[in-house]
Design a protein around this ligand. Structure first.
Ligand code: TXA
Ligand code: MG
Length: 318
């Protein structure tokens, strides 16, 4: 595809105004959310949305998450049942995506929802994402701003490494606080967990007072990593490793000898925020193989383990 110059926009009023202008012109603008950086386009502009898939090199048209500045805007696009209302009130803005029935005549490009009758909506909390969405005053479709199948970006530099020259601008907000993609709940009708993520499942189940169903892996429509291999670093991965074997670099958790540690104190929130950046750093060190210490399967540990299992899954030939 033709190369464009990617502007790096500062986290101030000028940067936000320029980012909104580029979106209005049908451009692609990466922006920070509290989870990961998104690759944004005007969700009503089919050509702009198509360019997202082209830039990411996505093998097919996965449906995208639409970002809004508040729940009132979201209600214009989708139909909320009582459960959806409750979750939106409790957790928006925040790292939660709801898959809801699309409201007829909502005006989105059909490519956004890949022709489905449902749509994934999210109200992010990050102040820059909020400011951009308010300034743009419309729905922004945004998948994570990485090349398809690679590690999601948690810093503006990561976006430029993967997609530089393929988007008009990146709004630089520094590192993302959560560091894992949003949790996706299906509510058509649901509630089912479609992807564990930055909001722990236990917290959602507490709010609803009931266990969540589990979305069937491989069922359509899918959350990411229907492609089993996803979020992959260059290096091969070995999970639940107590120590490094010869030729491996060890990604640790908790107090231990290792090459990089997700959280020396064993804090799952800190580990989530570090996960993607640490995997990139180990790649940059030329690790042929990355061994990863066991991560407890609770709270954000579920989402971390989900991403690690996908990173370790057999890769499609490319
Ligand atoms: O934290 C996040 O969620 C980030 C930031 C940028 O918001 N976004 C993100 O987008 O992770 P993406 O495209 O990498 O993952 C969104 C996933 C897609 O893989 C898709 O399968 C699922 O959401 N999805 C979107 N629309 C859906 C729908 N109508 N039904 C089921 N799943 C859907
Ligand atoms: Mg993604």
């Amino acid at each position: 595809m033709p190369k464009t110059t990617t502007e790096v926009l500062p986290a101030n009023a000028g940067g936000i105004a320029r980012a909104a202008q580029l979106l209005r012109e049908g451009g692609l603008v990466a922006f920070p959310t509290e989870t990961v950086y998104g690759l944004g386009a005007d969700a009503r502009n089919g050509e702009a949305v198509a360019r997202i898939f082209e830039a990411k090199g996505r093998p097919r048209f996965n449906p995208l998450i639409v970002h809004l500045d508040d729940a009132a805007q979201a209600r214009k696009i989708a139909l909320f049942n009582d459960t959806a209302e409750r979750l939106a009130r409790a957790f928006w803005p925040g790292p939660l995506t709801l898959v809801l029935p699309l409201r007829p005549g909502a005006g989105l490009s059909a490519l956004v929802s890949a022709g489905l009758e449902t749509v994934a909506l999210r109200v992010p909390e990050h102040p820059l994402a909020q400011a951009l969405l308010k300034e743009f005053a419309g729905p922004v479709a945004a998948p994570s701003a990485n090349v398809s199948g690679r590690i999601s970006p948690t810093r503006a530099e990561h976006v430029l490494e993967g997609l530089g020259g393929r988007l008009e601008a990146v709004l630089d907000g520094g590192p993302c606080a959560v560091g894992l993609e949003s949790t996706i709940i299906g509510l058509a009708p649901g509630p089912v967990l479609l992807r564990p993520g930055g909001l722990p499942v236990e917290v959602i189940e507490d709010c609803l007072g009931m266990p969540l169903g589990r979305g069937k892996e491989g069922a359509k429509p899918s959350a990411p990593g229907q492609l089993a291999s996803h979020y992959a670093p260059q290096a091969a991965m070995r999970l639940n490793a107590e120590a490094a074997a010869p030729g491996e670099l060890l990604l640790g958790f908790g107090e231990m000898a290792c090459d990089l540690n997700l959280s020396p104190s064993g804090d799952l929130v800190e580990a989530a925020a570090n996960l993607f950046h640490h995997l990139r750093q180990l790649d940059a060190l030329g690790a042929g193989k990355i061994a990863v210490a066991p991560i407890p399967e609770r709270g954000l540990g579920r989402a971390i383990n989900d991403r690690l299992r996908r990173a370790a899954a057999p890769r499609p030939a490319s």
